[in-house]
Structure formats: C-alpha cells, structure tokens
Design a protein around this ligand. Structure first.
Ligand SMILES: Cc1cc2nc3c(=O)[nH]c(=O)nc-3n(C[C@H](O)[C@H](O)[C@H](O)COP(=O)(O)OP(=O)(O)OC[C@H]3O[C@@H](n4cnc5c(N)ncnc54)[C@H](O)[C@@H]3O)c2cc1C
Length: 552
C-alpha cells in the first residue's frame, strides 16, 4: 500500500483483553484488519484492578494475580508483541484501566472503531459498559473463538437462558448438532502503527514491578515450566499430540499427579487465549485422521466441552456464580475459621494428600484436576469453610485461572452449582490411596514424610510409633495432626484448636463420601473403604448408579 493511500485510511483499534492473547483464530483482529485495510492499532492494558500489587480478591483480600500468573501474562504479552511485529504492526502496551486508556488511543490515532472479544463475567462486562460510554466511536465485541462451540451455533437463546442445568445434556446437544467452526489463520500482514503512537508503543512492565515478591527461580518440582504465549502454546500442543502421542492414552493417564504428560497442561494457554480451543480441536481431528482415533482423543474434546459449558453457565447466571449461594442460590451456613483456612492454604491440614496439592499450587501455580477436586471438597465438605475463599485462593495462585472455569467448578464442588448429585464428597484418604498408591506425589511435596512408606504416608496419624520414628516423623512437631475429625467419625486425634471449634459449633452431621465415579463410598469410614455406616460391606448392587453428567 502506498504511503498516500495509507494516510487516507483511518485505523481501527483492536483491544486484546487477556483471554485472547494470540494472532491466529482471532475474529476481532481479522475484522478490524478487514475494516481498516490492515491499519490496526492493537492494544493491551495491564489493568491495575486485575494485575499488580493493589489488586486484591473480594472476600479474602488475597493478591488477585499471584506472581506465577503475572509472569505468565507478561510472557504472553511479549510474545503477542513479537508476533504482531512479524506481521508488520506492533502492540501498544499501557498500564491503566482500558476505559481510560482506549479512548485516549482512539483520539490520538483518529481510529474509527474499537474491536474486541466479548466477555461474560461481571468485572469484564463492567469494563465493556464503561468503555462503550466513554468512546466516541463504536465498540464492536465478538464472541469469536473463546469457546469450542460458538455461542450463536448453540440450540439455545443467545443469553443461554435455556442452557440445560446438567453438563451431559449440553454435551449431547453439542455433539449432535453444533458444528465446530474451523480456526482462522492470522491476517497475512498488517500496516505499521500510525504516528504518533508508533513512537510510543510502551514497555511491557517487568514482573518484579507487578509482583514485587516474585522469586527469581521456579520450583523444580513443578510439572512443567509454563512459558506464556502463542509460540510456546503451539509447541506444547505439537508435543502432546504429534511428538509423543500422549493424547492417544490421555483417558488412562489424565488422573495422574506427577510429571508433564499425564494430562495435556493446555489450560494456562487456553485461559489466556494463546491457542483457541477450535485450533486444538482441529489438531485433534487431524491426529485422529492421520494417527489414531480412540476414547482418549474423544475425551480431550469432551473436557474442552466442560470448559465451554462453564462459560455458557456464567453467561446464563451472571453474577450468581460469584455469590455465596451460587447458581442454585442456596443458603449454606459456612464455618468461619481463619485458622483452618490458613492450614488449608499453606498445606498444613495433617492430610498429606491435601497438603501436597496445596503446596504444589502455592509453589508452582498449577494443580492437577484430581487434586483440585479433592482440595475443594475438603475445604467445603470437611472444613465447611465458605467456598468463595477457596475459589479466591485459586484465583490468586492458578496460572490457568479462568473465572468461568474456576468459579463454575467451585460452585460444583461446594454443592451449589451444576451438579445433579447433591452433597458430592470426596474421601481424600481413599483418593490418595487410589491415585497415589506409592505416595510418590506426597513424598515429592511433603518431604517431611518422604521416608514414611505408603500407605502410612497418607495417614501418618495411624502409623505405629516405630514406623514414625524410623521415618523421622514426629507428629505435631515435624508434621501436623489432622485438623478435622469428621473424616473418621471423630476417631482421628485432631489438633486441639480445631476440635474445640467443632464442639463449639453445631453438631457435625457425618458427611457421605463419594468415590471417583461419584458413587457413594461409605460414610465417615477411615478410608471410605466401601463400608456403610453400620459397618457392613456394601454389595456392588447396593451402589448408587454412576451420576450422569458428574465430574469424572
Ligand atoms: C475447584 C476447581 C477449580 C478449577 N479452576 C480452573 C481454572 O481456573 N481454569 C481452568 O482452566 N480449569 C480449572 N479447573 C478445571 C481443571 O482442573 C483444569 O482445567 C485442568 O486440571 C487443567 O489441566 P490440563 O490442561 O492438563 O487438563 P486436561 O485434563 O488435559 O484437559 C484439557 C482441557 O480441558 C479443559 N478442562 C478440563 N477439565 C475441565 C473442567 N473441569 N472445567 C473446565 N475446563 C476443563 C481445560 O481447558 C484443559 O486444559 C478447575 C477444576 C476444579 C475442580
């Protein structure tokens, strides 16, 4: 394009929002490029309400974006800038609120329109409304590729008001009648940024400015070194599918706890939009054509539909997913116990499996799906602590935090969400013995128990004195006693403080435990070993049927 014709065209601003940090399959970028003949002004704002030392969560006042995710976002933004530069443009980076920054950029550049991705959660939609009010030009928001199934292709109202309350009904409808749109390539090229903004694209703030306590080195025990950005995201997908064929055994390995490849680990990149779910889907379909199609390849797409489902649930229910009663608007009297909450947060509950998971989260910003289900159940069903504090702690620490997936899953865990089965409760000891039979995971994250062999590593309070002594474990001194007795009908010797709290409160009604398929697995037994409250072993025929649409 000649310089005289490029002067004639007024640019369009592309507002990158944080869950769309890529150039491929990005509808607002493509639409803006088309409308402005490539004269786009891509912008990303580090919003101090979301990232940085001042941003706090609502109930717990935890840092809203911990150092792990902050670092990941910085890497995503740097990568996005490099990719836009390769197309001939650049990324304008500012620290500030989008509703302040973007009108300024519009007036500096003379832009005629602002394009961006449509979000569904209240903080994000609040920004959309305020920005639209302040702009003198139209704000065009597109659903784009945020989900695998495009909202407009669903057999429901655009507001999802008639979305089924059960995942499996949604999944069946999606599988039967929703075509997955093919991913779209990035624009072949873009025009350079217009002056004067070309001279002032802005610096990506260093992690240490946004998160002053960030350690210099990552914990070596982490499942993976997660590096933000589209470039690494695509390499990870290539690794999981084409280089290692791990996807072909995903269904068998996905409940793992240690190592890079037991599950895809796509979540941090999906949460920040470094890859689109549609692109992953197209790669899975290609893999099925060229290598193998089996239950595992199906299951990865099945999990992506869970991700979709929680976004549509958030659209359907609005702010309810963040409120105490959740999407069921249910009243539950949660316990208030800062002591037990901090034991859970810091991995000092006396239940090694819970503690290992919580320590992994704090050290690395990641936790397996198996771990997340267990620690969420433990907080809400054993400690009876307000689920919002758990969700906020996850929000603070998770690299892959996505408000729809996080709050949707927490609603579910707390029994106030889209779960057809009420009162789902994980027996964390039984889960530990099933999924960590040799205590490899507990030994990794709770090193004070590393010489205590399984199964005692999962129940050190049951270990004979000699075993503890040989392993160098001194209960209460080197590792805490359990903080809650409910897991064993009160037979677990608990820490004094917590015992008092329970006896001071309402009588604790025995929880029912679910096994991994959502089946009732005995009440209050020490390891949930399939015994009923009366102590009689349950026959298989007495088991409740597998829950349709339940977590698996
Ligand atoms: C209490 C709780 C909180 C959670 N918070 C988040 C969150 O903030 N962000 C997030 O991405 N996931 C969240 N999950 C879902 C799930 O645990 C993670 O997506 C998964 O562990 C990420 O690892 P992976 O990429 O290896 O998953 P894989 O098993 O390889 O699954 C592939 C992809 O499917 C999607 N997915 C899988 N399971 C779920 C699910 N239950 N809900 C929604 N999407 C799913 C993810 O995008 C994931 O990357 C949460 C689960 C629980 C129980």
């Amino acid at each position: 394009m000649s310089s005289s014709s490029s002067k004639a065209v007024r640019p369009a601003v592309v507002w990158f929002r944080g869950s769309d940090l890529r150039i491929h399959d990005h509808e607002p970028l493509l639409e803006a490029a088309k409308a402005s003949k490539g004269h786009v002004v891509p912008v990303y704002c580090f919003d101090p309400r979301q990232v940085g030392p001042a941003a706090k969560t609502r109930c717990g006042q935890f840092p809203k974006c911990g150092w792990q995710r902050t670092r990941f976002i910085v890497e995503c933004v740097e990568d996005l800038r490099r990719n836009l530069q390769r197309l001939g443009s650049n990324l304008v980076v500012r620290v500030g609120e989008p509703e302040e920054v973007i009108p300024d950029i519009v007036s500096i550049t003379g832009a005629t329109e602002v394009f961006g991705q449509k979000e569904v959660c209240s903080e994000e939609t609040g920004v959309e409304h305020r920005l639209a009010k302040r702009l003198s030009v139209p704000l065009t928001l597109r659903w784009g590729a945020i989900t695998l199934c495009h909202r407009d292709d669903l057999p429901y109202e655009r507001s999802c008001s008639d979305l089924p309350g059960v995942f499996s009904q949604f999944r069946k409808a999606a599988e039967a009648c929703v075509p997955i749109r093919p991913p779209r390539p990035p624009p072949p090229s873009l025009q350079p940024l217009p002056q004067p903004i070309a001279g002032d694209p802005g610096h990506v703030p260093p992690v240490t400015q946004l998160s002053p306590n960030a350690p210099a080195k990552a914990d070596e025990r982490g499942v993976l070194t997660f590096v933000g950005g589209e470039t690494v995201a695509r390499t990870r997908v290539k690794h999981y599918l084409w280089d290692t064929d791990c996807i072909a055994t995903y269904k068998d390995t996905r409940n793992g706890l240690v190592g890079a490849d037991y599950s895809s680990k796509f979540s941090p990149w999906l949460a920040h939009g470094c890859v689109s779910a549609r692109w992953i889907h197209s790669e899975v379909k290609r893999y099925e054509r060229e290598r193998v199609k089996n239950n595992s390849t199906y299951w990865l797409v099945f999990e992506l539909l869970w991700r979709d489902y929680f976004r549509f649930v958030a659209l359907q229910h609005g702010t309810a997913i963040f409120k105490e009663g959740g999407v069921q608007r249910k009243g539950i009297a949660w316990r208030h116990s800062p002591l037990d909450l901090s034991a859970w947060q810091e991995g000092r509950t006396g239940f090694p499996f819970v503690d290992a998971n919580m320590r992994e989260l704090a050290a690395t910003g990641f936790m397996s799906n198996r771990g997340r289900q267990n620690v969420a159940s433990f907080l809400t069903k054993d400690l009876l602590i307000d689920w919002r504090l758990g969700a906020e702690w996850f929000e603070s620490l998770l690299i892959d935090h996505d408000p729809c997936a996080n709050y949707g899953n927490w609603n579910y865990a707390a029994g106030i969400g889209n779960d057809p089965r009420q009162g789902r409760h994980f027996n964390v000891i039984r889960q530990a013995k099933t999924y960590d039979p040799a205590a490899e995971y507990v030994h990794l994250w709770v090193p004070e128990l590393k010489h205590l062999p399984a199964p005692f590593a999962h129940t050190p309070y049951q270990a004979p004195h000699g075993e503890l002594e040989a392993a160098g474990v001194a209960l209460e001194k080197s590792y805490p006693r359990p903080i809650v007795a409910s897991l064993d009908n009160g037979r677990i010797p608990i820490r004094g403080g917590a015992a008092k709290m329970y006896s001071a409160g309402k009588p604790f009604k025995g929880p029912k435990w679910m096994d991994r398929d959502g089946q009732e697995a005995g009440s209050n037994t020490s390891d949930g070993g399939g015994r009923s409250r009366s102590g009689k072993r349950r026959g298989r025929h007495n088991r409740k049927p597998r829950v349709q649409g339940g977590w698996s």
